[in-house]
Design a protein around this ligand. Sequence first.
Ligand code: 5GP
Length: 124
Amino acid sequence: MTYDTNNIFAKILRGEIPCKKIYEDDFALAFYDIHPAAPTHALVIPKGAYENHEAFTANASDEAMAGFSRAIGKVATMIGVTEGGYRLIANSGANGGQEVPHYHVHILGGGRLGPMMAGTLNSD
Ligand code: 5GP
């Protein structure tokens, strides 16, 4: 899969589309999800061009991976979900329900979340 440089998160990274920014450093940008699926719903994206988790872990430097992982922890603290608890999700590909083909981690919290899987598996 080739990285699509015109995906919506690439445009947010380039400043072409606004976002409600939470945090930014050399490795990551974090902002609130436009359609929150929990009382508090943030997205953390790496700064490089990686479409999903395996592309990121195969191609990013150790420094970039460490920086991104640390940014997720910082953002969880900043948005106030660490005390009550929260969930991290990284969807990948069609079966994972990934909508935006730029690697991102969802941070969901701010209230008791539902079961981890909303639906049952189907064969289509
Ligand atoms: P995915 O399904 O790819 O894991 O999640 C993509 C997420 O990006 C969705 O939760 C969706 O609401 C969010 N999203 C899509 N477009 C935008 C946008 O333009 N701005 C922001 N802040 N979030 C977006």
